[in-house]
Design a protein around this ligand. Structure first.
Ligand SMILES: C[S@@+](CC[C@H](N)C(=O)[O-])C[C@H]1O[C@@H](n2cnc3c(N)ncnc32)[C@H](O)[C@@H]1O
Length: 410
């Protein structure tokens, strides 16, 4: 498969489908594009939305991350460079930025493999989502990204995960057989539609969790079932690939999906698993859940330590939790069910309920603990353990953002 074949696909089917006019109605956030989240994960919760902050969106497509990042950096003098080899995709991304009056984006039509020759400077942060798995040699792409990353900076990467895409690969194989003599692209798509419409109700593909892509019509169908270059990784394969490129995996987004403790409630059974090395545990979780269809990670050039937020004074908040959970549940229910793939459950007691209700990105952790102690009658030690458990869960979901409190702390 050639680079040219992949480029042609994205010229004909810019992905994902977006109507620029929708920018008048809403801003579409992306997990990797949230700079407060990046700051919380990687920069000790300090404000990074500042003049001179430079982000690269490599393989920006129709601009989801580009638009979101440029919006956050708009008023402070930060900049986004958006690179894609599909002119049609860039056209959509540009239109979206125009409608939002975002002038802090430079669009470059070219291959990310040529980044080091583009003379575009070095970056504080790079996003490369859904791109590297479409390269003939993904390591070449990774090295190209590395060549324009500043020291002590981070790259967020999304690549496909193998097991959750099992059924999809069956369909890809089937369509290659059916379409082997078909030259016309529309006929290939139409053949795929016939197959999908007539699959037996117990065919593996009926479990496909990527139905959203099908809603994008031909663009989504092509990307899923007819792609000419599509590779997927197990979590172990991903670690091998990243570390062999002399990079470190700093964070795995939504790690709860790889953590059997969140899916299986049997302490004796879990005891021996919890003693295994981290990668073994992740591999166990991935196989047990079976539905992870993409890996989203943050990697760093240099080894970096994660901050232990309990040791210093921070405030915290959870925009995602607020969006996903009915506030009534927070008041009364004994538990909240987070509406994700495996309906993650957080059991509530008077202490963690108080924390959840009061965390607002302003009150310090110290203040939150004191309020929760008053509300629950629990002591410091017990309270801190409950708080740590809650934070661990919210971190595994990537639902929590820490902010460094500047100035005096209450
Ligand atoms: C699946 S889309 C993802 C788009 C976007 N990053 C997102 O997450 O919505 C993949 C994009 O990568 C671009 N792409 C693939 N290989 C590339 C390369 N070598 N150089 C630049 N862009 C590339 C394609 O044109 C396409 O727009």
């Amino acid at each position: 498969m050639t680079l040219e074949e992949v480029r042609n696909q994205y010229e004909n089917y810019p992905y994902p489908y977006r109507n620029p006019e929708d920018e008048k109605k809403r801003l579409r956030p992306t997990m990797m594009g949230s700079l407060p989240r990046l700051s919380s994960l990687c920069y000790g919760g300090k404000n990074i939305i500042k003049k001179g902050f430079r982000v690269l969106d490599a393989g920006c497509g129709t601009g989801d991350a580009t638009v979101f990042l440029a919006q956050q950096l708009k008023d402070v003098g930060g900049k986004v460079v958006a690179v894609d080899f599909s002119k049609e995709s860039l056209y959509v991304a540009k239109k979206r930025c125009e409608i939002r009056d975002l002038k802090n984006v430079e669009f470059i039509n070219g291959s990310l493999l040529d980044l080091s020759e583009m003379k575009i400077g070095m970056f504080d942060y790079i996003i490369c989502s859904g791109v590297l798995h479409h390269l003939k040699n993904p390591s070449d792409g990774l090295n190209a990204l590395k060549s324009v990353l500043k020291e002590n900076s981070f790259i967020s990467i999304m690549v496909y995960a193998r097991y959750g895409r099992t059924a999809l690969y069956m369909t890809q194989k089937l369509m290659r057989l059916i379409n082997q003599n078909e030259k016309n692209v529309q006929s290939k798509i139409d053949n795929t539609k016939v197959i999908l419409a007539n699959y037996h109700k117990r065919h593996w593909n009926q479990l496909n969790l990527l139905k959203d892509d099908e809603k994008m019509g031909d663009i989504g169908l092509y990307d899923m079932y007819l792609h000419s270059q599509d590779r997927a990784y197990t979590i172990r394969g991903l670690f091998d690939w990243i570390t062999s490129s002399s990079l470190n995996i700093f964070h795995i987004f939504q790690e709860y999906q790889y953590d059997i403790r969140f899916m299986l409630d049997n302490k004796d059974f879990l005891a021996s698993i919890s003693k295994l090395p981290k990668l073994e545990r992740l591999a166990i979780g991935e196989l047990f859940f079976g539905q992870i269809n993409k890996h989203s990670i943050v990697v760093s050039k240099n080894k970096q330590e994660k901050i232990d937020y309990l040791e210093q004074d921070y405030s915290l908040y959870s925009p995602t939790l607020l969006l996903n959970i009915d506030p009534k549940h927070l008041k009364k229910s004994p538990k909240i069910t987070v509406p994700l793939a495996n309906n993650f459950i957080i059991h509530l007691n008077s202490f963690n309920r108080s924390i959840l209700k009061n965390m607002d990105g302003i009150k310090s952790i110290r203040e939150l603990l004191n309020i929760a102690k008053n509300n629950s009658g629990l002591g410091e030690e017990e309270g801190v353990e409950i708080f740590k458990d809650l934070v661990r869960m919210l971190q595994a979901l990537d639902y929590i953002i820490f902010r460094k409190i500047e100035g005096p702390i209450k």
